[in-house]
Every structure is written in structure tokens, then in C-alpha cells.
Design a protein around this ligand. Sequence first.
Ligand code: ATP
Ligand code: MG
Length: 459
Amino acid sequence: MSGHEPQIKISIPAAASRLLGALRRAGFEAYVVGGCVRDSLLGRTPGDWDICTSARPEQVRTVFSAYRQILTGEKHGTVAVIVGGTPYEITTYRVDGQYHDSRHPDAVQFVPQVQPDLARRDFTINAMAYAPGEGLIDLYGGRSDLHACLMRCVGDPEERFAEDALRILRAVRLAAQLDFALEEATERAALDMRQSIQNISAERIYTELDKLLAAPAAGKVLSRYGRILAGAVPEIEPCIGCTQPGRWHCYDVWQHTAVAVELLDVAGMDDKNARILRWSVFLHDLAKPECRTVGPDGAAHFPGHNQAGSKMARSILLRLKAPTYLVESASALVAIHDGALPSDDAGILNMLNRYGAAFLQRLCRLKLADLAAHARNAGVMQREQQVRAFEGRMLELSATACYTVGQLAVNGASLMDAGIAPGPAVGKALNTLLRSVMEGRLPNEKAALLAALEKEGLL
Ligand code: ATP
Ligand code: MG
């Protein structure tokens, strides 16, 4: 078979090797295939090891009858065999039937040879198979595209994207993960057919965009392939070429967004916080085109883009069926991303009271990413300094100061003991005391707080 390269060696984990060996001893063909071959050839650690085989699903079940199996994918030819707690997907060679909705093949058909199974795969770099002793099967130039850092469809890109529009997003997402570019014809087809991304379920679009935003080359890929991504999020389109005043900006709204995503720092953030930040940066300025006005000075202004952007962020995330915490946090961040920050303790404590430290820390990261994607002038650098100073003092105060009712040295019960009537008066008194403590007029000590009740006429 041409495209067969026996000299190439990939090191395979013992469990996957055992599965290949068992299938082969039973008289079937078997290879590791797809993402694991691609990642191995790139010197990356594969996430999972998928196997393809000439054995039919029931034969796979028999060969591995001694193992625990998951059969949920059996109709599509996949039997997952559990080895040492890890599931390995073993999929019978198959071709996909007709696609009528750019999403699901109407049926799959099992085939006896590996060649058509590789032909149905999305990109050349994902269409290679490997077995120890036999070497690499690379029928579509996958290795050469790996070297050239190119995403290229197997076969005719228009046909492949017409079969399954998810591939358009996979191309862009994988390009972001691998720092690859789309090969010319693949890019052209992706661009021409971007509207068909709308046929994909919201959940899958969300998952692809979420992976893309977390990928190392996310900024570069947003910058290059914004128009393709506008097939998934149409609000991107008017941002491309939407110019901004040169005093602050050196990019149009879309390039600014891409650079901000690239320069966002999520160090020390857990997965959820990092996700909130990435999406917030991606969404923060999408309402600028609809808010754009040109002032008497001839410069563009974007009044109201915070609030409009917050609404837009919410509607995009809801449309994509994003998790609720993401919808809420990202839209709240976008709503104040461009607001001024206080520099005095009372102002900072007010912000802490209203938003909490975690939210404010995210706000600072968002603001720093936003500013880093501005022109580098003294004004911008001064604003960066203000954000850093705010962040530092805010973190100090959040560790030491009292800024919520729950942190007061008195609570509802102690106020009622002191003579405040149960009911709304308790909450009112707690809030009045809190204001006094936050503004430095009272120490957060029980005796002082109780004494103040009388003075403030709250008893
Ligand atoms: P990763 O798991 O790292 O995201 P992967 O390439 O392994 O990357 P999977 O979604 O696990 O991605 O898919 C496994 C393989 O199945 C791919 O390498 C590719 O060969 C094939 N594949 C996946 N999705 C499609 C698709 N929509 N169209 C055609 N082939 C696909
Ligand atoms: Mg995979």
C-alpha cells in the first residue's frame, strides 16, 4: 500500500499495545489512529489512544470478553474496553452514510479495510494509523502537513464541510491548539461555508469555541480567522474593520479583541475562573460597532458599549447554552470592564462589598488584557498602573478589612439582645454599622459597635 512508512516508530502505552496485540492474534487488523498518532508525531502527549480495527463490534466484544466494556457507542462501531481504569475506544473500520443536515450521518457502514476508514476522517493530520512492527499508514500526506503546520481536509474541502459543518470549527480549533494555519483551499471552503456552522447544535459550537479560547494560539487564530468564526458568532463580523481612535488604539475592534485574548494572563486561576476570563475578554467589545459614534473632533467614540456589551455577551452565551456561572460572571464583568476604579480605601471597600474579591481580581485581569491590546503610550501605561495599584490594595483589604455584614463583630442576634426589635430594623442597623466600619469611623469591635447603636439613634 502506498503511504505506508514502516521505518516510523511511535511509542505506545502498554495497555494500547496489549489491545492491538490481542486483536491481531485473533486474526484482525488493528491500529492506533487519529489524534494520538498526530500528537505522537508532533512530540506531544496524546490525550487518549483510539484504536481502529477490521473486527466487527461483536468480535471486539468477544476478544475482550474478560475486560469491562462500555457499549454506548456500539451502533456506531465503538466498543470501549477498560484497561487499568482507562477506557480505550476500539472502533470498527467504517464509512459514514449520507449526511442530510450537515451534522449527523444517516447511517454508518462497517467496512473490512482501513483505507476508507481513513478517507472519512476530517483532516490529513488526523487520518493516519499506526501499528508497531508495521509502521505508519499515511495515505493523504498527513506527515507532510504536520511538517508544514497545515490543516488540510482529506479530499474536497467543500464536500467535507458540507457533510459535517462541525469540521469547520474543528479546523479552526485545532489550528489554535497546534498553532497551525488552514491550507488555502480548506480556508476558502471554510470561509464560503461558514454560515452552515449554524446547523450545528449550540452545545457543540460552545465546546469548540471554549477549547479554542483556551488554546495556546487562540489570539493568532482569532486574528486570522475572525470571518470564519463569524459563522458561529455573527456579532464578530461588524467588529472586523471597525476602526478606533488612534490616541488610544492601534487596532480595529476585532484585532484588539484577538490581541487581548492573546495577552490575557490566567496564571494561578482555576479552570472556571480562567474560562470566565477568556470568554469575557473575547466578548468584551463586541457591542462597540453598534455603539460607535463620531464626535465633533472626528474621532470615534463608543458610548454605552459596556452595558450593550454585557447584554450582547449574555445573549451570545445563552444562545450557545453556556453554563450559568459563565453567563452570569462574564456578562457582569463586561458590564463594568471599562469603568474607572477607585484609589481610596473607602471606594475599594465599596467595590469589595458589592462584587467580592474574586470578581474584582477577574476584573483586573480583564482590564489588563484590554489595556495591553491598546496603543503603548504613557496614558495607557498609567491606566495599567492604576489597575495594578487597585488590585494590590484590594487584595490586601480583602484579607484584613471588614466589608460585608457577615464580617462584622456583631450579628443580628447580638443586636436583638442589645434591644433592636426583630424585623427590618436589624438589617438596617447592621448595614449602618458596616458603612461606619468601612468608612473608618468605627473599629470592628463588638463593644464599640454596640455603643454606636445608641449614638446613631438605632436603638
Ligand atoms: P483531541 O481528542 O485531542 O481533541 P482528536 O483528533 O483525537 O483530538 P477526537 O474528537 O477525539 O479528536 O476525534 C478522534 C478522531 O476522529 C480524529 O482524529 C479524526 O480522525 C476523527 N474525527 C473526529 N471528528 C470528526 C469529524 N467531525 N469528521 C471526520 N472525522 C472526525
Ligand atoms: Mg481524541
